[in-house]
Design a protein around this ligand. Structure first.
Ligand code: SAM
Ligand code: SF4
Length: 317
């Protein structure tokens, strides 16, 4: 369906849980979150119905995210059911990878075809620091499990953080030479809880091009990343610049939160409830949300924080 700015909205990101087995400093508060009551969250049946309603409005692609989607007890059943909805062409997932050693194969069998795995550093101590206690070896085992499970595409997402991983840009990009995967650098978005970071931590993606002048631009693939390749690499290097070169003009997505709110824009506080509604109710709320999707996310910088009104783990990134 086209929104009022003639953008074709065909992609829905679904956060299936706010809970997570890590506590990344740019995403979640140290104490985690106050667990909401089960009845406040979308049930599996409601989620499938929401996908059916979204498909009737032109959604064809889904991304499952969170929190950490793999801590959700019924994640395989959710994936299997939404992948089977008539009209869904692609189901992808964004995960921290920690639980992939056990789940990479069953997830692919359930219909997930592409995985994005978050990895900000190749240093064990730094990984434990940024995730507040996670083990790099567990995430790496997850990446290896994904690579051998036969996914169409595996991408690594690294949030670019000045003073933390800017010295590792080359090493992270080099992974595209060693493995058949893409590495994407994402500008850190100033959510209202990212108080651990000062202004110098918010680096523009140009930094990657400065460090790696040998990166050659390659054809875009229709996604939000500007794509490049290192000489002789198997995979591509992507730059995702939500802060310094926002891509709102071609934004094709809406978001569904685990507590049943449609967010037409990641950085706007506007939310539309679909929890407790039947198919027709959900469809009509989604239609309204798409029509009212804001033109852009407004100015955003270290000083002008996102208006999202939620932490990233409560939206899905
Ligand atoms: N737990 C999963 C993971 O980490 O991949 C999925 C949810 S996480 C919220 C989705 C993505 O959002 C991750 O790639 C994470 O790095 C990114 N993210 C979280 N907070 C961010 C921020 N403040 N700025 C930029 N990216 C952020
Ligand atoms: Fe959890 Fe992902 Fe947020 Fe890290 S980025 S705290 S892994 S939801």
């Amino acid at each position: 369906m086209l929104d009022q700015y003639k953008r074709n909205i065909n992609y829905m990101r679904i956060s299936v849980t706010e809970l997570c087995n890590l506590r990344c400093r740019y995403c979640m508060p140290v104490e985690g979150i106050c667990k909401k009551e089960h009845k406040e969250m979308l049930s599996e049946d409601e989620l499938v119905q929401a996908v059916e309603a979204a498909v009737s409005l032109g959604i064809t692609k889904l991304r499952i995210t969170g929190g950490e989607p793999l801590v959700k007890r019924n994640i395989l059943s959710i994936c299997r059911r939404i992948a089977a909805v008539n009209g869904i062409r692609e189901v992808c997932m964004t995960t921290n990878g920690i639980l992939l050693p056990a789940l990479a194969v069953p997830l692919r069998e359930a219909g997930v075809t592409r995985l994005n795995i978050s990895l900000d550093t190749l240093d064990r101590k730094k990984y434990a620091y940024i995730t507040r206690g996670g083990a790099l070896d567990d995430a790496w085992a997850g990446i290896e499990a994904a690579l051998s499970a036969g996914y169409q595409k595996v991408k690594l997402n690294a949030v670019l953080i000045g003073g933390f991983n800017d010295e590792e840009i080359a090493a992270l990009a080099e992974l595209t030479k060693q493995y058949p995967l893409d590495v994407r650098f994402i500008e850190m978005m100033p959510m209202y809880n990212s108080g651990d970071f000062d202004e110098t931590a918010f680096l523009p993606c140009e930094k990657v091009l400065e460090v790696l002048p040998e990166l050659a631009a390659v054809e875009p693939d229709g996604g939000v990343a500007q794509l490049y390749q290192l000489p002789g690499a198997m995979g591509r290097v992507g730059l995702i610049r939500p802060v310094n070169a926002h891509f709102c003009g071609s934004c094709n997505r809406i978001r569904l939160t685990a507590d049943g709110k449609i967010k037409p824009c990641l950085h706007s506080a506007e939310e539309y409830n679909i929890k407790g509604l039947d198919f027709t109710g959900m469809r009509s709320v989604m239609e309204q949300a798409i029509q009212r999707k804001p033109e852009w996310h407004g100015e955003m910088s270290f000083k002008k924080r996102s208006h999202a009104g939620r932490n990233m783990n409560q939206i899905g990134g």
